[in-house]
Ligand binder design. Structure first.
Ligand code: NA7
Length: 545
């Protein structure tokens, strides 16, 4: 047992367990969960494989890594004190700043004492005799708990194309999601960047500042929206704090859990000239505000979507001086079929003499050579290869961890054709296992989704304990219903077009992974309402005893 065995259960007074709950992962979700469970009087232990807290923000420390949500809502809202204490310095905080923030939270609430870092979980098995979870950690120790809450993160299992000759490459190679903490010196090097998702888009302009040459390998172009980053001064903070509660209210009422209103118009309401003026104005403001405060039907009406696509293509052609490069950068699929990244002078980077773009959409990269990369008919020299190739997202981390429920059923078998949950919170046959952050939750501003998800978990556990019950488990019919709802909701939006363009939220970016709807596309606000309704109705979609 760990040296945390002195901490006894508080809420359940259950001597059969070491902790009321084990929380997997010390990222945004794990930290939020520890706070929630402690507030409710439970003892909990956070187990984290990394050497420090942060989750996604621990591993993704590549140049340019920063949030795509605005700072003041990429944060916790559970403590007024915390909200008053911390001033983000920029509209989109960088990775080091997010890491500092999470450290402050952990220290402020004295959380480290309930965390085991550098600890790899080998399995979590539900023991039916004692109705407890047995978590086995590397080295053989076992820890028992009544509940287990996973804060695994959507983007935590890295994906790298399986190039067979990688080991023969004479240069250096790095994966952005496992980036060395000491950094990489690109000065004077020929750098190959594979991938043009949010990560490649953030990284490329910065690497180009010192590299001799950067070759960007693009398989699918992205709709890169202008981020328009800026510092947040005291005046900005006074304005935010003047109505921080109102901002959070907006967050929890909005489809993507962002603090925006709606445009109150669709494109067809205004003339062609007005449409362009509205889009120009939105483009100047930047961020996802461009999507939500221009026209309300971008996500649902193909004609409006194409109008906005045409506008964005004209911006790419205006920005990128070489017409052939601009054409390669112009997506030919609808906006929002893939999650659009925010750019910090991304398109402008292609105007530099030391940046070139290679279109590998029809002629894929097939392997690494001793001196670089190759497609079927061309070779590209490089001193450093950077894999910005994304993640086996949402379910990847769940299926790597060996989670075994009732009757010896392994989660990776249960989910072999795709995840099945009720409300994105629990799985039938896996009693007392909660997903703080997982599949079938909204595709939205993640800290806000985590907040509501964890609050719901807390309510469910409190209710259970108040009712002197010990087991809560998703009802199989409710799981079927919720799982079947996912494709129905997706079909109502342009996100459905992601099937054809390697969208990670559908699993279509990973060769061989089942292509299924892994997120809830009915609007984050509606999801939050569904969680509240379920709790207020006494958890009818869950079996309790
Ligand atoms: P993404 O968005 O999944 O991007 C991964 C990129 O890597 C994407 O451009 C892929 O092209 C590319 N990729 C993957 N495999 C290959 C191969 N074999 N050849 C060429 N290119 C390849 O991951 P990110 O880390 O950038 O962003 C993930 C999320 O983090 C993002 O959506 C935000 O929510 C924050 P593809 O598009 O699949 O053709």
């Amino acid at each position: 047992m760990s040296d945390h065995s002195d901490v006894r259960t508080a809420a359940t007074s259950d001597t059969a367990v070491d902790f009321d709950a084990i929380i997997v992962g010390a990222g945004f979700a794990g930290i939020r969960t520890l706070y929630e469970l402690r507030e409710r009087g439970l003892t909990a232990l956070v187990i984290e494989a990394a050497s420090d807290i942060g989750g996604t923000w621990f591993w993704n420390r590549y140049p340019g890594a920063r949030t795509d949500s605005e700072a003041w809502v990429y944060a916790y809202c559970f403590s007024k004190d915390l909200m008053n204490e911390w001033n983000w310095s920029e509209r989109y905080p960088s990775q080091p700043e997010v890491e500092r923030y999470l450290r402050l939270v952990v220290d402020k609430f004295d959380m480290r004492k309930d965390m085991m870092l550098n600890t790899h979980i080998e399995s979590a098995v539900f023991d039916e005799g004692s109705e407890t979870w047995v978590v086995s950690i590397e080295g053989g120790a076992q820890i028992r708990s009544r509940f287990i809450v996973t804060g695994l993160g959507h983007l935590s299992k890295p994906y790298r194309p399986p190039f067979p000759s990688l080991e023969s490459f004479r240069g250096e190679w790095y994966q952005t999601s496992r980036y060395p903490s000491e950094g990489v010196d690109f000065t004077g090097k020929r750098v190959a960047v594979i991938g043009t998702g949010a990560t490649g888009v953030q990284l490329t302009p910065l690497v180009a500042e010192t590299a001799a040459h950067v070759t960007v390998f693009q398989r699918t172009p992205n709709w890169v929206l202008p981020a328009r980053n800026h510092p947040l001064d005291d005046a900005a903070w006074r304005e935010i704090r003047a109505d921080y509660d109102g901002i959070w209210q907006k967050v929890f009422s909005q489809n993507f859990a962002l603090p925006y209103g709606s445009a109150h118009r669709v494109a067809a309401d205004v003339s062609a000239q007005e449409q362009q003026a509205i889009l120009e104005h939105g483009y100047e403001i930047g961020h996802f505000q461009f999507l939500f405060e221009t026209f309300d039907d971008i996500l649902t009406d193909e004609t409006t979507n194409e109008l906005v696509c045409d506008f964005l293509r004209s911006k790419i052609r205006e920005t990128v001086k070489d017409p052939a490069t601009a054409e390669i950068l112009c997506p030919k699929y609808p906006l929002l079929a893939k999650r659009p990244p925010l750019g910090h002078f991304y398109y402008e980077a292609f105007n530099r003499d030391n940046v070139s773009l290679v279109d590998v959409s029809d002629n894929p990269l097939v392997d690494v050579t001793e001196g670089g990369l190759r497609t079927a008919d061309a070779e590209y020299e490089a001193d450093i290869i950077v894999f910005a190739t994304g993640f086996d997202a949402v379910t990847g981390a769940y299926l790597t961890l060996d989670i075994v429920g009732r009757d010896g059923v392994h989660l990776h078998d249960k989910w072999k054709d795709g995840p099945r949950t009720n409300l994105g919170e629990m799985v039938d046959g896996f009693p007392n296992l909660f997903l703080a952050s997982g599949p079938h939750q909204p595709f939205a501003n993640i800290p806000a989704v985590i907040d509501r998800s964890v609050r719901w978990i807390g309510r469910a556990i409190t209710q259970l304990l108040e009712d002197k019950q010990t087991i809560i488990e998703a009802d199989v019919d409710a799981v079927d219903k919720w799982t079947d709802l996912m494709p129905e909701l997706l079909a109502r939006t342009i996100f459905a077009k992601g099937m054809g363009v390697h969208a990670w939220h559908l699993g279509s970016n990973i060769p061989g992974k089942p292509v299924v709807v892994m997120a809830y596309h009915g609007g984050a606000n509606n999801y939050f309402a569904a969680l509240d309704d379920e709790a207020e109705a006494g958890f009818p979609g869950f079996i309790r005893r």
